[in-house]
Design a protein around this ligand. Structure first.
Ligand code: ADP
Length: 546
């Protein structure tokens, strides 16, 4: 028997319309590329978003058209998220850190009609101009006074909005309509597109705050350091208006001192981003001897948070939790808030728990399988490849049947490429990315575990473990490390420090000191680049043998 309840489509624009009415005092603070700090309430942003939507109609943008952005976190980018989706078009966020040929590939693959560009990225677009589609229209995201002197034939964002009506009848888009498009950085092959719907985006916006309970409270301020060009800034541009929080948008200035001063001045309560940015902020916190005023909650994701980082922030009164997820999952699949029974546990037990990837969100199902695709128990011990299923997970890649076939299994689950275990309470432990595991003598060694142990040594600032080929053992782990100061501990010292946690055969065979580690376009340590850089490296043991 069918129930007798209304079926209203879940629409992205309704999140902003709700905030403009119910959370009218909250809004967006943006450190802009022009150098100023801009403030607007959600009602003001709603009016500007309607103006933008009217302007987009005027430019001929229709249902399903792709509108691309090359932009930092800021209120104009937020207006594009809502205005583009609001009229039934698709907001395609492009990661400006991708190599030029990948940017060209995805603009072509997505068939973008319009490209909105922040001032910072105008030179990038000038360099690509000859290779971009001739009919791609450009809009520079600034006002007339700040329009750059450029050979580009580009419109000015503020002029586009200026004479438009501040109201619009938002169309009744069906909830399965595409709303956002984001390509994964693709370490091999072409980037692959995740095409989010209104429904998946609204469900993600609803479920994350229910679990990540330390971060969300009306009236507080939240800062996505994770860029809006990377998986919708993990959904924060939707969570914040929904929960009545003010977004503090950091714009282009993401180094430790820049983040510290904005967070301090704007009393940011909660910050979200990848470990590398929090390492930068931590150095500034140590230099100043205090945390930014009001800062109390830190969410780390994108790669495993080093234990030493969790301890350092917690020791300064900042609650740390990890979130795990991926572009294909909108992106969040877990939250790291401790269960109530752990709140009063001893400090080290609580930190141990926080070193895991967290517990699953409602609506995200996990399945661990062995090499033959057989389901493994969720006993917290057995490891295998993690598959996921849920309303916020892609069903296929955007126009890429080959990649879809490779990622989905026969039961319709999506393969994450992560090797993990799950405990009976839905707690996820990521052992490694399948391609980063080190296979030694038929046994797997987790690079994440070794990195965690090595960075807890006071002389190690950051590190990565990579697999080096070995004739007898297949592969052996080698530690590539950035020292914290002048001291460069010998391999034996590091072994002594790591010994309590590992068997002897699991320890790295060598340590190589470097000045810095290469990063991917999403701000993670690029092991692919490291593997290429050390392709000709020979293990000490083999050097001695020759
Ligand atoms: P990309 O694949 O382009 O780097 P994603 O953000 O989609 O971008 O990366 C997803 C991957 O990042 C996951 O499959 C996982 O390997 C890793 N990851 C994300 N969050 C965590 C975490 N908290 N702990 C460990 N690994 C993580």
């Amino acid at each position: 028997m069918q129930g007798k309840m209304m079926h209203r489509p879940l629409r992205i624009i309704d999140i902003l319309a709700f905030a403009a009415e119910v959370h009218a005092d909250a809004g967006i603070v943006s450190a802009r590329t022009e150098g100023d700090v801009h403030r607007a309430t959600y009602p003001q942003i709603m009016a500007r978003t309607a103006q933008l939507a009217n302007a987009l109609h005027g430019l001929g943008v229709g249902t399903g058209d792709r509108v691309a952005t090359l932009a930092w976190n800021g209120h104009r980018h937020f207006e594009l998220y809502f205005g583009v989706a609001g009229i039934g078009a698709v907001c395609h966020t492009i990661n400006p850190r991708l190599p030029a040929e990948q940017i060209l590939y995805i603009i072509d693959h997505a068939d973008d009609r319009l490209l909105f560009v922040d001032l910072t990225f105008v030179p990038l677009v000038e360099g690509l101009r000859d290779q971009l589609p001739a009919d791609l229209r450009l809009v520079i995201m600034t006002d007339r006074a700040h329009m750059p002197d450029t050979p580009l034939d580009a419109l000015c964002y503020e002029e586009l909005l200026a004479d438009q009506p501040a109201g619009i009848d938002w169309p009744e888009v069906p909830e399965d309509t595409a709303a956002g498009l984001c390509y994964t950085s693709g370490t091999t092959g072409h980037p692959k597109g995740a095409l989010y719907t209104h429904r998946s985006t609204v469900l993600h916006a609803l479920t994350v705050p229910l679990s990540q309970t330390t971060s969300f409270r009306a009236g507080r301020r939240i800062m996505p350091v994770v860029p809006m060009f990377h998986v919708n800034a993990w959904g924060l541009p939707y969570n914040a208006p929904l929960t009545g929080m003010t977004l503090v948008m950091p714009g282009p200035n993401l180094d430790g001192p820049g983040l510290f001063s904005l967070m301090d001045a704007e009393r940011v309560y909660s910050g979200w981003g990848v470990p590398t940015v929090w390492a930068g902020l931590l150095s500034e916190i140590e230099a100043q001897g205090r945390v930014p005023e009001g800062f109390a909650d830190l969410v780390v994701g994108g790669s495993a948070a080093p234990r030493a980082m969790i301890e350092a922030y917690e020791a300064r009164g900042v609650t740390v939790s990890q979130a795990w997820g991926m572009t294909e999952m909108s992106p969040i699949g877990t939250h790291g808030v401790l269960p109530p029974r752990m709140q009063d546990a001893p400090e080290q037990t609580r930190i141990d728990m926080k070193c895991n990837a967290g517990r699953r969100l409602f609506g995200v199902d996990f399945k661990i399988v062995d090499d033959d695709g057989r389901r493994q128990p969720h006993d917290g011990q057995t490891t295998g490849e993690l598959y996921v299923r849920g309303n916020t997970v892609i069903s296929e890649y955007f126009e890429n049947p080959g990649a879809t076939r490779a990622a989905m299994d026969g039961e319709g689950w999506f393969g994450t490429g992560d090797v993990a275990s799950v405990d009976p309470h839905g707690l996820l432990t990521i052992r490694d990315r399948a391609k980063d595991l080190v296979k030694s003598g038929g046994e797997w060694i987790s690079s994440i575990d070794l990195e965690n142990a090595a960075t807890s040594h006071p002389a190690i600032h950051a590190c990565a473990v990579i697999a080096i080929p070995h004739p007898k053992w297949d592969e052996r782990p080698v530690l590539v490390a950035v020292p914290a100061g002048e001291d460069r501990p010998a391999l034996e010292d590091l072994h002594a420090h790591m010994a309590p946690h590992f068997a002897k055969w699991q320890m790295p065979d060598d340590v190589i000191y470097v000045d810095d580690l290469p990063l991917t376009a999403t701000g993670k340590i690029s092991k692919l680049t490291l593997r290429e850089r050390f392709a000709d490296y020979v293990l000490p043991e083999l050097r001695e043998a020759t």
